[in-house]
Design a protein around this ligand. Sequence first.
Ligand code: SF4
Length: 241
Amino acid sequence: MENWAQKVERLLKQQIELYGDEEVLARQSLQELLNSSLKGESSEDWRQSENLFIMNDRISSCLQCPLGYTRKSFVFGNGKGDADILVIGEAPGEEEDRQGFVFVGRAGELLDKILAAINLRRQDIYIANVLKCRPPQNRDPQLTEIAACLPYLHKQIELINPAFILCLGRIAAQTVLQTTTSLEKLRGQAYPFMNASVIVTYHPAALLRFPQYKRATWEDVKLLRKLYDEWLTQKSMNHGR
Ligand code: SF4
């Protein structure tokens, strides 16, 4: 069983790996985490979490659905805590479950290439999944599992408050938009959700199996880039007033 000092060390290492020279930021967040623990706050208080680090700590032992009993790692999400763009996938795969990070392995490499094609890097965005624990054999998430985990995703969206959400794959798109409409029909436009505009596209794991969807994915991420550039222009004009 991990003691508190070991947990802080592990989280610090994770954050340094993710943020590199933004280590100071990571240390500040860990200090907040440490303070909240010393105050004896309950892990049931996750809804009151004021930042992602504290929320992660409060829910990382979750057993709200059966996947909590079969996972190796709880995979909360990684990236910039106040990112303009939140990317949402489906659930951890085998490698994510092993390492505890989102989108590692071949699908992660492809996601990096897709992001690079529209001049984005992982450290500019935040990446999370609908489910924080791996479904056995990478089967589709069950509706009961999604229902159990969805409040966590909604809280992450609230804390990050992104301007754009890019949903990767049918499960993420249908879950975020609360619809049964097919991915093909949802593509090609932006939908409002919370304070964000939601754009949907194919999951990188699907692109590895069906490369013919790459062209459509390119169109989708170009749409994201166009809307994001327009948003940035508007934002700078508003600041200039
Ligand atoms: S998948 Fe979500 S609800 Fe289920 S145990 Fe993991 S964190 Fe909890």
